[in-house]
Design a protein around this ligand. Structure first.
Ligand code: ATP
Ligand code: MG
Ligand code: MG
Length: 315
């Protein structure tokens, strides 16, 4: 089984405004819609598109539970979310206008998780997660979740010996690297959060991280990504597409990669689906849609090059 964990779930509210979003002016809404939010839930949605069975774990606020359950149902997400009484799942507002320079995001902070509910998640993991399973922990942490608590979660997952993939940032990413996980995918900003030695070039940083982590990906938006795996480092060029909204590209990358990992596909196939599907995603207006057939049509444009690791790039 594959489990995704979303500690800080969200409802995305996509708002399209006429013209260009401007301060000191009435920006009239053309259309709005609700969409699934929270990175772990996005990853579940991607795996559904690949027909890979998975269960979304994490939390749901009781106050706006009906709306969240409706969205989960529409997307066909199988979940065992733990209800936090008297709390509200946050909204993340994504504003799209007629300019082609990306979206504006205003994200809610989320709700605090009680010790009791957190304990329920830990005991679920202890009872259900098996060695052959995959667990994906993705997205921000709830307000006030301390690193000790987060470490407790990672250690509980690690105790099961399953494959542990993390899409995190800041201190949570640092913690994942410290305890040792199986997959990370920082983007070009998140890699800075690791505060790796500045005099070591990116390739050297990847090599260092890959000593403890099976798959290390650093994603670089339209430029593609670097991947380190089994003593090799690859530079992967993304296909050229018309970018409409790049928010969620990383989530699609992670979901497609893990879906192929679950199907025991060869590394090259995992890379092509991850890079192809995330490129397809950026051509869509919302944060979750992508098209597998479109991705396949982009495969031949994806260039995978093994990087020669020079000794002076390493520490
Ligand atoms: P997210 O918003 O989901 O957190 P991210 O910032 O983590 O995204 P990015 O580095 O922006 O992730 O993008 C992930 C991958 O998506 C890239 O490695 C690349 O393969 C693909 N991608 C992103 N933007 C483009 C683009 N404009 N054209 C083609 N591919 C893209
Ligand atoms: Mg990005
Ligand atoms: Mg990301």
């Amino acid at each position: 089984m594959i489990y995704t964990i979303t500690l800080n779930p969200a409802i995305d509210k996509i708002i399209e405004v006429d013209g260009h979003l401007t301060k000191k002016k009435t920006n009239r809404v053309r259309k709005h819609e609700y969409d699934l939010g929270g990175k772990g839930l996005h990853v579940s949605n991607v795996m559904n598109q690949f027909g890979v069975e998975n269960t979304a774990l994490g939390f749901i606020g009781e106050r706006n539970e009906r709306l969240m359950l409706k969205i989960l149902d529409e997307k066909g997400i199988h979940h065992q979310l733990i209800r936090e009484p008297d709390k509200e799942t946050r909204e993340c507002i994504v504003i799209l206008d007629d300019s082609k320079d990306g979206s504006t995001m205003i994200t809610g902070a989320g709700f605090e998780i009680s010790y009791e509910r957190f304990g329920k998640l830990l005991s679920f993991i202890q009872k259900k997660v098996q060695e052959e399973d995959v667990v994906v922990v993705a997205g921000s942490l709830p307000p006030d979740m301390c690193m000790t608590q987060f470490e407790q979660l990672l250690m509980q997952i690690k105790q099961t010996s399953c494959f542990l993939a993390c899409d995190l940032s800041g201190d949570a990413l640092k913690k994942a690297v410290e305890v040792g996980v199986d997959f990370i995918k920082p983007n070009q900003h998140e890699i800075q959060d690791l505060e790796l030695p500045k005099d070591v070039p990116l390739i050297g940083q990847l090599e260092q991280l890959a000593r403890n982590i099976q798959y290390v990906v650093v994603s670089l938006g339209e430029k593609g990504c670097y991947m380190a795996h089994k003593d090799s480092i690859y530079k992967i060029m993304a296909p050229a597409v018309e970018e409409v909204n790049d928010t969620g590209a990383g989530d699609v990358f992670v979901g497609a990669f893990i879906a192929q990992l679950a199907k025991r596909a060869p590394l090259e196939t995992m890379i092509r689906y991850a890079v192809g599907c995330s490129a397809s995603k950026v051509t869509h207006r919302n944060c979750t849609d992508f098209d597998i057939e479109h991705a396949k049509s982009l495969f031949q444009q994806i260039k995978i090059k093994q990087v020669e690791v020079e000794q002076n790039a390493l520490s």
